[in-house]
Design a protein around this ligand. Sequence first.
Ligand code: PLP
Length: 465
Amino acid sequence: MDWDEFAHWGKHISDWAADYHKTLRDRPVRAQTAPGEIAAQLPVAPPESGEAMEMILADVERIVMPGVTHWQHPRFFAYFPANAAPPSMLAEMLVSTLAVQCMLWQTSPAATEVEGVMIDWLRQALGLAEGYSGVIQDSASSATLSAVLTMRERATGWRGNRAGLSGQGHLRIYCSDQVHSSIDRACWVAGIGQDNLVKIGTTGPRYGIDVAALRQAIAADRAAGHIPAGIIAVTGATGIGASDILGPLLQVSRDEDLYTHLDAAWAGAAMICPEFREDFWADVDGFDSIVFNPHKWLGAQFDCSVQFLRDPQAQLNTLKIEPEYLKTSGEAVTNYSEWTIPLGRRFRALKIWFLLRSYGVEGLRSRIRNHVTWSGEVCDRIRALEGFEIVTEPILSLFSFRCPGDDQMQQRLVDALNDDGRIYLTQGLHEGRKIIRFSVGQFDCTREDVMMAAGVIDEVWKEIA
Ligand code: PLP
């Protein structure tokens, strides 16, 4: 393909993208294909000679599109959103055009310097204290793994990387029983082990960690000769939005000299609104590490996860490795690959720059406030459906409900709704019972989209009941 052809197809694809988004409401949200149906339409071997772009794009329509679940659909209420605001898509096009690899300052100074400034813009937008720096990672899972490795290294006197973990006592990490599975997985791959991730029960209307039980668990572990290494808190956990009360938890970490990480992958975006910050993030500034995903609720196209660090040196002590071929001469500069597990890095900061400049923080705030309000309204409409029960009240824009009937019936309703295609919901488990989660947050959704869901739920329920 020469660059003139590239320009032609580039325009074609951006026109296609605009049409796709404008007509998205008419498509079923979740793909309606059966397992294997898409793969069966692809040749088993790669082509020996090149094919025309017309043919490739025609196959995208014919083969790929039926098997796409539309994450940007305004009636996507499943999981958490993975929004792609149009300016961030444009930034992504530029990122893909430049195709720079931003592992070191010198491999693209603009990428490093824009990243540093974007971290600070977001720090201000979220109301975090001056002094926090940070790094953009691909996902919250990577940021959490970096934090868990830092807990491990700190607790082993920075010897784990060199000497390995054999002969160590059991390192222990503490969190509530509501945290996302990325915390479990970080403990697996960091060599901590699932059995040493101590999950504490929760209390209160927002299902925050039981701090007295946390203190007891740490004391019991010390008495048993274990080595407490860190505490992981959550604001807006995946199941029902559980959120820890941060101040008392941080007090435990200070009393026990433990490294702290806060997972706000989803709910962090809402902290650009001062009222939610007051409510959820009082005392947040004590955390050593905080992760939030602009690629979820905020609108930066996937992937884009920000990890704030109170003192990056601890993570650098854990992850920095500098073979000769990565050394740079000259002035001291920031080489962000020393802050993360992967060496290679994309120019993700450009998406944040485009997003914040296009909407301004206030433009993003109003979307998030609408989502929270509409979530409360649709929750009340579902509450009013005969026999329906709200299991957990909205925490920001996430709540959960049950239809009449047992757990199997909940799953039947979820499946029937997703086969119907007008809305997309997913299930969860709360206190041993299956629940249906409802998460409002798609970038382009309107109040009508959200309210319509209650009617669809009622209609589909009556069909299967
Ligand atoms: N933490 C929470 C609370 C989440 O909801 C999720 C994903 O939905 C994650 C962490 C993992 O995020 P990522 O996919 O960026 O690793």
